[in-house]
Design a protein around this ligand. Structure first.
Ligand SMILES: C[S@@+](CC[C@H](N)C(=O)[O-])C[C@H]1O[C@@H](n2cnc3c(N)ncnc32)[C@H](O)[C@@H]1O
Length: 274
């Protein structure tokens, strides 16, 4: 029996999905360097047929549409209704479908299956990737970006660690559970993809930065919008959130660059063939 993604589907259809829509411009700015690197790695070409898994609000999906041009075809797939509604409102040129990518019956016509941080949420990753492989034409390729260990992602871990002493006791997290860091272990990613029938699997380290704001104040506010501190603080009262923000601000001030606060972000660029 296939493990169910129901909890994740509910999660991305709730407050989190709404928040991603509201903060879309900021999140896109935060991810712009990583996004550019992931799209370059995927190298969509004019005329190609592309599927964007977990496309969310559609930013990378529309970039892919530009790359394939009028002779190509791009489809975004996601489970989040609010994010898909926003993605659809952003223009013509892309098809969007609401579906669980782990079980949806795709046509086996795609040259490229891409994802920007949208494939770490499956309850049974090997079964999900085996299903996704059926979306690829015989010569087709897979290319996605996912996070490495949270400790290497200082944009996420630095504000969380600085505020941890203020938080209520936190449950230890299961590193294999569906979630943003589920693909941190490269051996696990290889194992999942080979079990799912892919070949020529390669993982490249992408050491980048994530833009969090013009100054430490803005960056601390962002740490309460997205990442592990935001998750831990989601149901806390405003007085405590204010203290968390102050702790995060102190930790993030260290990452000042010429462009603003931009802590290290550590990703895998993952490629494979059908
Ligand atoms: C971290 S967000 C990334 C969104 C987008 N790719 C971006 O980079 O802005 C993860 C996305 O994966 C989607 N997702 C989670 N589980 C999914 C599933 N089983 N099938 C399709 N999409 C899924 C979520 O709804 C969400 O939009």
């Amino acid at each position: 029996m296939t493990a169910s993604n129901d909890d994740m589907i509910e999660y991305w259809n709730g407050a989190v999905g709404e928040r991603w829509v509201r903060l879309n411009a900021e999140l896109d700015r935060a991810l712009s360097k990583i996004s550019g690197a992931a799209l370059a790695f995927a190298a969509a070409k004019p005329g190609e047929r592309v599927l964007d898994i977990g496309c969310g609000c559609g930013t990378a999906t529309y970039e892919l549409a530009k790359a394939v041009g009028g002779g190509g075809d791009v489809t975004g797939v996601d489970v989040s209704r609010p994010m898909l509604a926003y993605a659809r409102s952003r223009g013509p040129g892309v098809n969007f479908i609401e579906a669980d990518a782990s079980v949806h019956r795709f046509h086996p016509t795609h040259d490229l299956v891409f994802s920007r941080f949208g494939v770490m949420f499956f309850a049974d990753p090997a079964a999900a990737f085996a299903n996704i492989r059926h979306a690829l034409a015989p010569h087709g390729r897979l290319a996605f970006v996912c996070w490495r260990d949270v400790k290497e992602n200082l944009w996420a871990s630095a504000p969380y660690d600085a505020a941890l002493h203020l938080l209520p006791p936190q449950k230890p997290s299961d590193p294999l559970a569906p979630g943003p860091y589920a693909f941190a272990d490269p051996r696990r990613v290889r194992d999942i993809l080979s079990k799912a029938g892919y070949r020529d699997i390669r993982l490249e380290k992408l050491d980048s930065t994530l833009y969090m704001g013009a100054d430490a104040e803005e960056a601390a506010a962002q740490a309460l919008n997205v990442g592990p501190l935001a998750y831990a603080a989601r149901e806390l009262d405003e007085a405590l959130r204010e203290k968390l923000r102050a702790a995060a601000k102190g930790a993030l001030a260290k990452f000042k660059t010429a462009e603003g606060i931009a802590p290290p972000a550590a990703c895998w660029l993952v490629g494979a063939r059908a």
